[in-house]
Design a binder for this molecule. Structure first.
Ligand SMILES: *[C@@H]1O[C@H](CO)[C@@H](O)[C@H](O)[C@H]1NC(C)=O
Ligand SMILES: *[C@@H]1O[C@H](CO)[C@@H](O)[C@H](O)[C@H]1NC(C)=O
Length: 291
């Protein structure tokens, strides 16, 4: 750019009038390009990344729907999500379910609530694990819900995970009142601690049914390898924290693609400080589940 501009300006001397117009034009052009480059240099996001994102977004623009599907859709779908983290692999889905659906799920769960339980390791008892998980909850399967709402939610979860509905456990609808929490834990069961497993939890999808005024975040203390030096206290509320918002979804994978447990998928629920937290959890396994 610079080279060409100076070439031109040397020939300008021969034709002053035309030269002036051309010089003005090239100055203008030069400053425009310089300004553009400078502003993209100033903005913090990497231009390469933004470019790549645009390429991904534009895939749909003029593509034609593929014909002859056996079990797929006959149209394109757009479900917005944000990659929250690669360690753990966690995705955030804003407005995954409408507020009315969240209300209905709470209404159907309300009367069946019981104190939540834990899968116990060798040597653990209900008594000596008291305080680790203090919420109340109830299991409801989509087929039990006559309103059809859980059916819609379950279908959508299957679509975004591409893990068939038959691999999901029933929804576990949970309520956390002020002070209630769930210390950090894995959803997957390490055979070393829990003995041989018939099937393993691959992924967890959390649908937040309420906003929480304060506290109640879902936390991943080992995000990106932090706090993993052995000093972490499992009650501590640190690392990646996701604030519950009614209707939003959070998906994370407990297993690596090779089937071993991702240590950064450790997570918990920070104590609710103010308000009430309701969440519908769907655990998805590597084997089909009996109804
Ligand atoms: C994630 O971890 C890597 C390697 O330990 C480190 O270089 C990087 O800065 C971390 N990123 C963040 C956002 O903490
Ligand atoms: C499984 O995958 C993880 C992450 O890529 C890797 O760190 C680990 O070594 C793998 N384990 C086995 C047994 O292949």
């Amino acid at each position: 750019m610079k080279l060409r501009a100076s070439k031109h300006s040397s020939s300008l001397k021969l034709k002053p009038k035309l030269g002036l117009v051309a010089a003005t034009f090239f100055c203008f052009f030069f400053f425009f390009i310089a300004g553009f480059l400078f502003s993209s240099f100033l903005s913090q996001d990497a231009p390469v990344l933004r470019h790549r994102q645009r390429v991904l977004e534009s895939v749909n623009d003029d593509a034609a729907v593929m014909p002859d599907r056996e079990s797929g859709d006959d149209s394109f779908t757009s479900i917005p999500y944000q990659v929250l983290s690669w360690a753990p692999r966690a995705l955030y889905f804003p407005n995954f379910a409408p507020a009315e659906h969240c209300q209905s799920i709470i209404a159907m769960a309300k009367f069946g609530l019981k104190p939540s339980t834990l899968a116990l390791r060798n040597g653990e008892t209900a008594e000596n694990t008291k305080g680790i998980r203090t919420s109340s909850g109830v299991f409801i399967s989509a087929s039990e819900d006559k309103t059809g709402i859980l059916d819609i939610v379950e279908e959508k979860i299957a679509r975004v995970t591409m893990l068939p509905r038959t691999h999901g456990e029933a929804f576990n609808v949970l309520r956390y009142e002020v002070g209630q929490r769930y210390n950090s834990h894995y959803d997957a069961f390490s055979p070393a601690e829990y003995g041989p497993q018939k099937s393993q939890r691959v992924a967890s999808f959390l649908l937040y049914l309420t906003d929480v005024e304060e506290g109640g975040e879902t936390m991943f203390p080992f995000e990106n390898g932090s706090n993993m030096d052995g000093s972490y206290d499992f009650r501590q509320c640190v690392g990646l924290k996701v604030k519950p918002r009614r209707g939003d979804g959070l998906l994370f994978y407990s297993l690596f693609p090779n089937g071993t447990i991702d240590p950064t998928s450790l997570h918990g629920s920070c104590p609710v400080i103010s308000g009430e937290k309701w969440v519908a959890t769907k655990w998805i396994r590597d084997q089909e589940q009996d109804e």
